[in-house]
Design a protein around this ligand. Structure first.
Ligand SMILES: [Zn+2]
Length: 431
């Protein structure tokens, strides 16, 4: 991070100590969890950066008692985080398959064709929009990270390198681009100005157009103790209750919602213009009712989450300390953002993990932020033959265990840290 970004962050830290809700402006008076100080989780270091100072910011999560938006203060500007992004969606096979199934289903449901336009916000490397091309549906991606957008263009996915909001929506409308379908997958959490983003969607959407947004469900996050999915790059965490309030603020309406297993439990919400002709499905009222029953309108529900995170930290450390005392060799699998929250919160460094591996070559030869664990290609596991492999992207555990089943040959076991420590012996699973 450059000096200017550090100064911006410092200004935020002092000037916005008493901060208002990102969605509704109410004063934030309630905490979800305080995970201490942590470096930005996508700032992978090169060897020559290891002796330099790293910026650390609080991971202190607050919840709004008016709109229930769970949120972090924006310590780093979005420009700093996303202009050179290390995350390429296509490196997860199951995520690409999930996206393909979505494109086929939504094309049928909305009757999309050659005169339609599907726009994806934060379209990453074209992992999703590419599946519309064989269906004959024109697409346009909007992606702020130029290095990632380049990869999308190579796949034939037209991509604008820009941040989305009212400014860009107006510009696109002036060019005659309005959307039958607007897709936002795992972007809502990363939008610093939520109201500007949703107002932009309202502008760009055709009168009978549909928006689908996917995001991790705060209900699942709390129920399954996924505190590691909290990091500085994710400013906001949503329930359907919050989405409903957000939509209403901008003349939009939630017409359907689905629960998905992705990212530890996500929601896919469908929005349309408030006055449009789409019927509202029963699923919407049903989930809103369930969220209320599960206490998501009560501040005491949120307050109890911090103890669960502390318990998970103690359990993981107890396991790792016992394993090291027995002389076991441990490495990681994956170097996802969430892994860095976990490693930093629990202070798990080279004293526990010799190295971690990742399928993304961008990360090879780099080091995890804060804990400085070296990241190697996946083959490094076969060379080192560790006793335990700690799976950091636990949401992909089944995919990873299947791909790495051969480690059973030397008796290695997998360790999944969330929701609580679980040891999996691959020799006991069917291949
Ligand atoms: Zn609020």
């Amino acid at each position: 991070m450059n000096i200017q970004a550090v100064e911006i962050a410092r200004d935020h830290h002092t000037a916005h100590r008493d901060v208002g809700c990102r969605l509704c402006g109410s004063r934030l008076r309630h905490a979800l969890v305080d995970l201490g100080m942590s470096p930005p989780c996508e700032s992978y270091l090169q060897a020559d950066q290891l002796d330099q100072m790293e910026p650390y910011y609080p991971l202190n999560v607050l919840v709004c008692d008016t709109c229930y938006l769970v949120q972090l203060k924006e310590y780093m500007s979005a420009e700093t985080i996303f202009s050179e992004y290390a995350y390429f969606s296509s490196f997860s096979t199951s995520w690409v398959a999930h996206s393909k199934a979505y494109c086929e289903a939504i094309t049928k449901r909305l009757g999309l064709g050659s005169d339609s336009l599907a726009v994806e916000l934060a379209s990453n490397d074209g992992y999703l929009l590419q599946h519309f091309l064989p269906l004959g549906v024109p697409v346009l991606g909007v992606e702020p990270a130029a290095n990632v957008a380049r990869v999308a263009e190579e796949k034939g996915v037209t991509t604008r390198v820009d941040f989305f909001g009212v400014r860009l929506a107006n510009q696109m409308m002036a060019e005659g681009l309005d959307a039958d379908l607007i897709i936002g997958n795992n972007v809502l959490a990363q939008v610093p100005d939520l109201n500007d983003f949703v107002a932009g969607i309202k502008i760009l959407l055709k009168p009978e157009g549909v928006v689908t947004l996917e995001f991790p469900h705060i209900e699942r996050l709390m129920a399954e103790n996924q505190f590691d999915t909290i990091y500085h790059e994710h400013f906001s965490y949503f329930s359907l209750l919050t989405i409903d309030i957000m939509a209403a603020r901008h003349g939009l309406r939630v017409i359907d919602v689905e629960e998905l297993p992705t990212h530890g439990g996500s929601l896919r919400v469908y929005l349309a213009h408030e006055g449009g002709s789409w019927a509202t499905e029963d699923s919407v009222t049903e989930l809103l009712t369930r969220e209320k029953r599960h206490g998501l309108t009560e501040m005491s529900t949120y307050a109890s989450f911090g103890h669960k995170a502390q318990r998970a930290k103690r359990d993981l450390l107890a396991f790792l300390i016992a394993a090291k005392n027995e002389g076991k060799k441990i490495c990681g699998y994956g170097a996802p953002g969430k892994g860095n929250t976990l490693l930093n919160y629990c202070a798990i460094g080279n004293d526990f993990l010799d190295f971690t591996v990742d399928r993304n070559p961008y990360k090879h030869g780099r080091f995890t932020p804060g804990m400085h664990i070296p990241i190697k290609p996946v083959e490094a596991i076969d060379e080192a033959r560790p006793d335990y492999i700690l799976i950091l992207p636990w949401n992909l555990r089944d995919e990873i265990i299947q791909q790495m089943h051969h480690v059973a040959a030397w008796g290695a076991k997998f360790v999944v840290p969330i929701p609580f420590v679980t040891v999996i012996d691959p020799s006991e699973l069917r291949k």
